[in-house]
Structure formats: structure tokens, C-alpha cells
Design a protein around this ligand. Sequence first.
Ligand SMILES: Cc1cc2nc3c(=O)[nH]c(=O)nc-3n(C[C@H](O)[C@H](O)[C@H](O)COP(=O)(O)OP(=O)(O)OC[C@H]3O[C@@H](n4cnc5c(N)ncnc54)[C@H](O)[C@@H]3O)c2cc1C
Length: 417
Amino acid sequence: MQIVALTFLPAALAALHWPSSAEAFTTTLPTMTTSSSARKHLTVSMSSTATTHSESGADGRRIVIVGGGIGGLSTAFDSRHLLRPQDEIVVVSDREKFQFTPSNPWVAVRKRTAEDISLSLTKILPKHKIVFIHGKAHTLNPKKNQLILEDGTKVPYDFLVIATGPRLGFEEIPGARGIHHHTASICTTPHALLAAETYDKLIQEPGPIVIGATQGASCFGPAYEYAMLVEHELKKRGGRKLVEQCPIHFITPEPYIGHLGLGGAGESEKILTRMLDERHIKYTTNCKVQRVNPGSVSIQYYDEHDQKINDVLPSHLTMLVPPFRGIDVWKTVTGLTDEHGMVLVDKQQQSTTYSNIFGVGVCVQIDPLEKTKVPTGVPKTGYSTFYVGLLKCCPPTSLPYLATHTRTHAQTRTFSL
Ligand SMILES: Cc1cc2nc3c(=O)[nH]c(=O)nc-3n(C[C@H](O)[C@H](O)[C@H](O)COP(=O)(O)OP(=O)(O)OC[C@H]3O[C@@H](n4cnc5c(N)ncnc54)[C@H](O)[C@@H]3O)c2cc1C
């Protein structure tokens, strides 16, 4: 099993029987096509359905899901499972591959290859009677119920589920302009591959390491995980000597270790503090990144007397999780997002402005749980309470079997982190 953190995946994804490599998986699947003729046919067929019902059945609905990550695929598989055969499920994603984000830290230390944690959406989705469009959402016209892709393809929908994950707000951190500009990133698999190159260089030229999260970040777990993984791998490679040559400093806006943007979770403070101490990983909390420089990170933090202290940490490998923001496409739609482009939804994942639009996963807006000295956000998981919204889309009355089926299926799902 190459995939970690499967606990976060719904049964539908787990039921795919993840093989030991993506290659092994593809050999078990029939060949699918993404030829331009097939694509054209799909486009024509979709355009001809105007904006209300799909052609898949007289009263069939088209549910268009934008995003092929954990949130998008969970929604697609469960929608296929719960909705009627005549309802059409369409996934639009700018990446042809599903890449299992929680395994990125492993790619970044070369414990896994990108192929190990990737699956071809062209291959798996049609097999499950889900239409896949490989394309980038460009504009949304909610009045016409129409999504327009970068190549001009118009995708009409009855219900739209936005699952486009985060836009990485590196531009908010001085010096960290763009990806791989003095900082490595593990937020996407391509970034993790670049981070692996920096890691290789570190092995050749050992030196201090800075890992953590920046002000406004919400996703702290992977930063802790990566810090401990790097320490573990260094020890495996070069024993205690190499670890001592590469001291790790963990920096975070959290008010204490293990706060996680949640005000702590169980004994997270005790456990994570102990784990960092055991590995001799130094840490600075209440920390703001002033600037990322080539070879160092300038920080400002509050000490125990609430005094602001400035410091510069030398670094041969810097990995900082930035704030997560929303992609620009939705921001231009009146009332759909907050100022950061995060989709505004109610407790049932339904847009607070458009009743046939839903948001799932990291792209939705959630207020911080508490105010911290240095701003922190709330962590989000890809797999969220989408099915509640789904039932609103297609209430049990329109789905006779759902009333009995959903109870056993959906209620067994947990929404925990
Ligand atoms: C290193 C790391 C480890 C993590 N580990 C965990 C964990 O163990 N458990 C957990 O619950 N969470 C974890 N998270 C949080 C994690 O990001 C999410 O849980 C999950 O990946 C979010 O799923 P998502 O579908 O919302 O977004 P994503 O997985 O980011 O998917 C977004 C999708 O939208 C597509 N997209 C974006 N823009 C467009 C566009 N314009 N048009 C079309 N498609 C578009 C992208 O290509 C992608 O397919 C981790 C995060 C990171 C960075």
C-alpha cells in the first residue's frame, strides 16, 4: 500500500482497492479515450442540453463537479452511488491525474515517486460512469447555469459543486514569491518533486533547516509531519552525525505547539511537543515570517513576556506552508466568495447566494475558531459534508430508494479530521 492517511478517504475511494503502484492499477483497467473527437462529442452533447436538464434521462440532472482532488472525487463517487442512473455526474479538472496530497511529504524525501501516488482520471472515472473533462475552469455564469473553460468549452449544469482546493498564497510572504523562490513546498505533488531536489542538495551540502507554516496558514499537520519525516530520513541516511549537521527549526504562527488552528485537539500539545523534543527539533511559536531570503528566514515572534523579538534563522532547506486562498475564477462572481476567494457556504455546503451551487473541501470559507496573536486559519479536509447538500439537490422524494439507502450509507460516514 503506497497511500498514507487513508482514514481521510471515503469508502468510495478506498473501495477502488489502491494497488501498490499506479502502474499496477492501470493494468487492471480497460483503456479509455480522451480523444478530441470524443471531447467534441461531449461538448456538443452538453451544449445542446441548454441549462436545465441533461440528456442522460428525461428528468435527469447534470451535477458538474469542478476539481479532481479528494473533495471532488469523493463527491463524484458518492453522487454516482446515491443519485439515479439518469443523473449525469461530470468532473472537470485542470489536472488529468488525481494526486494524493497527504502523501506529498513522502515524495519530497523520495520515499515515494509521483507515479506511486497518482491515478489517471481519464481511466478511472468513465469506468464508474462519471464523465471526465480535462480542462480548466475559467468563468462562471450563474445566471445561465454555465461554466466556461479556458479553451472556451461551455459546460451547462443543473448543480455545480466547487472543489478546487486552495490557491497557495505565497505572494503574501515577503521574499517567498511564487513556488520554489527560496522556499520549497509540499502542497502539490509537482512542488514536492522540486522539494525533493532541494533535499538531495541538502544531503550533499548539509546545513540548517527551517520548516513550518506562515502567518495566516491553516494547514499545520503536514508541516509537523514533514519536519519529523526529514529528521527520520536524515538519520537513516547518515545517522546522528547527519542529523546534527542539519538542525531543524520549526516555526509556526500557532500560539503553542499542537494548537493546529483548532485550539488544540485532545492531547495534541503534549504529544507534538514531546515528539519535537525527542527529535531535538527546536521550535518557535507565535511566529511571523518577515522575509524569506536566499539561505535564511527573517522572523518576528512574541516571547513569553509578549515582547516582539526579531531573529534570522540560517537555512539550507526552507519549507513553509503558506496561507490557503481561493482560486480567482469564483472571486469575480457576486456573492459567491469572501475577499480571499473562499466559497461562502452554509452548514450544508450550499452557497449562501446560489441555491444550486455547493462548495466542498479546502475551497470553502470557515472563520478562524479563535483570535491568535499571529493570525492562524482553520484546517480543512477534502472530504466534507457534501452529501447533506447532495440530498438537498435531489431530495429523497425524487429518489425513492434513497430514503432507505442513504440512512445506512451516508450516516456511517464521519466528517472528522
Ligand atoms: C502535504 C499535505 C498533506 C495533507 N494531509 C492531509 C490529511 O492527511 N488529511 C486531511 O484531511 N487533509 C490533509 N491535507 C489537507 C488537504 O489539502 C486536503 O484534505 C485535500 O487535499 C483537499 O482536497 P480538495 O479536493 O479540497 O483540494 P485539492 O486536493 O487541492 O483538489 C483541488 C482540485 O481542483 C483542481 N483545480 C484547481 N483549480 C481548477 C480550475 N480552475 N479548473 C479545474 N480544476 C481546478 C486541482 O487540479 C485539483 O484537482 C493535506 C494538505 C497538504 C498540503
